[in-house]
Design a protein around this ligand. Structure first.
Ligand SMILES: Cc1ncc(COP(=O)(O)O)c(C=O)c1O
Length: 439
């Protein structure tokens, strides 16, 4: 076993490469120790290129250059589309190269402000949860503060507080005018005493379904730049799980990452996104992590990528292969790809509009209050100090309607998973149940 309290030479080299970059100061003790070993994976990658006669590197049973396989699995895939290796082999460390390139191209297409900006090639992770926890393990140490709006995906608690031992610094999600609380975000960042501050932002947001307007997004970027100007170094982790589901004209349609990628030497932008929701393949477990900062060189990005590959290697080794092949095939050869994506977007847009109208009909009721929402899969109600768990249980027991209690003060509805015909009834019943319980 290698680690005996002495830093591995490859880790030292990567740290040396990163030492003049903003990423260096963010590395946790684990992030500093991390490297991508020149072990079996790296050697077999090299052999794939050069071992033209016999390649005896990988522990994968092959015949005539293709893996052995069970017919019952292979025949479940349509004839002639995939070679056995595209289903059964290990995916390369970091993921299928074609998928990584396609994802980067589509990221630029969907975020025109990324055009011409230097970013790493996205690394494939085992879903977005994995991308977030990798970033947390590499760049957040025990006791470090992590700034986050107070309405967040509950898994952040497990990742940042329980797994890492970081300290959450929360600020109210909504500002006085009802939109995103830019001022609160800035104050929270400035309140962290350390020179290095981390923030995680998720839009379209889970649980609120809110994405900042174009004006708010500009203000957010300006606020982050002004914190960076004050001398603080900021790591901004953009969780773009529900990217693209924007239903209103004035909503910002690009990831913050696109604006932050070259915004300031003191801003380290990390983007976590995923095929899981963007390509509707939730169970395939395909996410991505991408890095950028104004001061990054190619060598910095390469060193960060190698550390990320090391993290993947020592946890899940590599990620799901058939899922990656299926997504590449759909993007490259799909005959219904764009059309199906459009259909699904329209279906979500329709549900959003029904819920919006349903909520509007109850605008004079005061027991529960909907948070502003304009995007994604969800909307949520503040229970105004009353226990949201009581409302959840009551809805379930009396009306057989399932909703989620968030932290005892918020009730979340995932309208993405209710047929349009049922949405009016769901919203009306939530109001009725709140009235029955609490008026
Ligand atoms: C805000 C947010 N981020 C990340 C994820 C994780 O997605 P994945 O299924 O790709 O791990 C979710 C899933 O519910 C989410 O709601």
């Amino acid at each position: 076993m290698g680690y005996k309290g002495v830093m591995n030479r490859l880790a030292e080299e990567l740290n040396q490469t990163l030492s003049d970059s903003i990423a260096y100061g963010f590395l946790s003790p684990l992030g500093r120790r991390m490297y991508f070993p020149k072990g079996i994976v790296a050697q077999s990658d090299e052999a794939k290129e050069k071992a033209k006669r016999y390649n005896a590197t990988v522990g994968l049973a092959t015949r005539k250059g293709e893996p052995f396989y069970l017919q019952d699995i292979y025949t479940a895939f349509k004839d002639g589309i995939f070679k056995p290796s595209q289903i059964f082999s290990y995916a390369p460390g970091g993921g299928d190269k074609t998928l990584r390139t396609l994802w980067k191209e589509s990221m630029i297409q969907k975020n025109p402000h990324l055009k011409g900006k230097k970013t790493s090639l996205p690394v494939v992770t085992s879903g977005l949860t994995h991308a977030i926890s990798l970033a947390a393990e590499m760049f957040v140490g025990e006791g470090d503060s992590v700034v986050c709006p107070d309405l967040f995906w509950d898994n952040y608690d497990l990742i940042f507080s329980d797994l890492i031992g970081a300290k959450p610094v929360l600020f109210p999600f909504y500002g006085e005018h009802g939109g995103f609380n830019v001022e609160g975000m800035k104050n929270a960042l400035m309140s962290v005493e350390s020179e290095y501050v981390r923030i995680i932002l998720n839009f379209p947001n889970n649980p609120t379904g809110y994405t900042p307007s174009k004006t708010e997004a500009k203000e957010m970027v300006a606020a982050l730049i002004s914190v960076a100007d004050s001398g603080k170094k900021i790591l901004v982790l953009s969780d773009d799980a529900y990217f693209g589901l924007f239903f209103e004209e004035e909503t910002e349609k690009e990831s913050l990452f696109a604006y932050l990628a070259d915004a300031h030497e003191n801003i380290f932008a990390v983007k976590g996104d995923a095929a899981t929701k963007e390509e509707m393949v939730w169970g395939f477990r395909i996410g991505f992590i991408t890095y950028a900062s104004k001061g990054f060189t190619d060598a910095h990005l390469d060193a960060l990528t190698k550390k990320t590959l090391g993290m993947i290697r020592c946890t899940v080794s590599n990620c799901d292969r058939p899922g990656q092949s299926l997504v590449v095939n759909a993007i490259q050869n799909g005959t219904h790809y764009a059309e199906d994506k459009e259909t699904i977007f329209k279906a979500m847009d329709e549900r959003y509009r029904i819920v919006k109208k349903a909520v509007e009909r109850h605008k004079d009721e005061r027991i529960i209050t909907p948070y502003a929402f304009n995007s994604g899969y969800f909307m949520a109600f503040s229970t105004n100090g009353r226990n949201a768990e009581d409302l959840r249980v009551y809805l379930l027991d009396k009306y057989q309607i399932g909703a989620i209690n968030i932290m005892g003060h918020t009730l979340r509805l995932a309208y993405c998973s209710v047929e349009p015909e049922g949405l009016d009834e769901v919203v009306d019943t939530v109001y009725k149940a709140a009235e029955e319980l609490w008026s």
